[in-house]
Design a protein around this ligand. Structure first.
Ligand SMILES: Nc1ncnc2c1ncn2[C@@H]1O[C@H](COP(=O)(O)OP(=O)(O)O)[C@@H](O)[C@H]1O
Ligand SMILES: [Mg+2]
Length: 253
């Protein structure tokens, strides 16, 4: 069953001068993690913003649960590349922010803040401000804020892209574990091939701008996974080489 369907999507900027993508089509199935892999500047963030209803297409449409996307919805949450935390709010207040906007009762808010702060491993840091946290911890807080909404669709825009390699792997494992506890539909944008294979059930590889779908790859590595178990799997190298070849096509002058 498809949850998100992108049909002939076209997006332009600058009064039509810059075509980011044109005639783009893809689908995200229920409870799958779809990784979208593409070169920098090909329009991944723009596509995700359109899925979220924060930006609008110039052609085609995006349908979630049989309804065309026109504005953000309560069951869809987004995790941003640069954490998106409010520096003047404590961790607990940042995590609470989305659920407060949703107008849930105080007891529910407090209960969710406690639960998701713990789930992402930030217990003990509830009263800290973002500047007192490492990049990895800030992104944990960003993830907790999205999870606290209990969305059944999670849109993630290179959430681990600015982290160092070790922190990144720890958070990838955390995300695999959180998925294992409660599978949900995820769209995960990345420009890392390894990350796409570790996290994805399928990978959509985009071309350089104007982006189109170059290929869709099934990641036939079983769950439960850890990054280490994926990298050690015999299919890993073949999948990585396949993705590499696709991404390199346009780069070779
Ligand atoms: N609001 C905007 N106005 C004008 N151009 C934009 C805007 N947002 C993105 N772009 C341009 O669209 C292209 C795709 O951007 P983006 O979606 O951020 O790519 P990616 O996330 O794949 O790196 C880039 O050339 C970028 O400069
Ligand atoms: Mg981006």
């Amino acid at each position: 069953m498809n949850r998100i369907v992108v049909e002939s999507a076209t997006k332009r900027f600058g009064s039509g001068v810059l075509t980011v993508f044109e005639g783009l089509g893809l689908a995200v199935r229920d409870k799958e993690t779809l990784c979208i892999l593409g070169p920098s500047g090909c329009g991944k963030t723009t596509l995700l913003r359109c899925m979220h209803g924060l930006a609008h297409l110039d052609g085609g449409r995006i349908v979630i649960d049989d309804l065309e996307v026109r504005a953000p919805r309560r069951n869809v949450a987004m995790v941003f590349q640069h954490f998106g935390l409010m520096p003047w709010k404590r961790v607990s207040e940042n995590v609470a922010y989305g659920v407060e906007l949703a107008g849930l009762p105080r007891t529910t808010i407090d209960e969710r803040v406690g639960r998701y702060t713990e789930m992402v491993g930030l217990t003990g840091f509830e009263r800290s401000y973002p500047y007192q946290l490492s990049g990895g911890m800030q992104q944990r807080a960003g993830l907790a804020r999205a999870l606290a909404l209990e969305p059944d669709i999670l849109l993630m825009d290179e959430p681990f892209g600015s982290l160092d390699a070790q922190t990144r792997e720890i958070l990838q494992d955390e995300l695999l574990r959180i998925y294992q506890q409660q599978p949900r539909t995820m769209v995960f944008i990345t420009h890392s091939i390894e990350e796409a294979i570790a996290l994805g059930d399928r990978i959509v590889v985009l071309t350089a701008r104007p982006a189109r779908v170059r290929d869709t790859i099934l990641v036939d590595i079983p769950r439960p996974r850890t990054v280490a178990s994926v990298v050690a799997h015999p299919r890993f190298v073949e999948l990585r080489d396949h993705c590499w070849r696709l991404l390199r096509e346009r780069l070779v002058a």
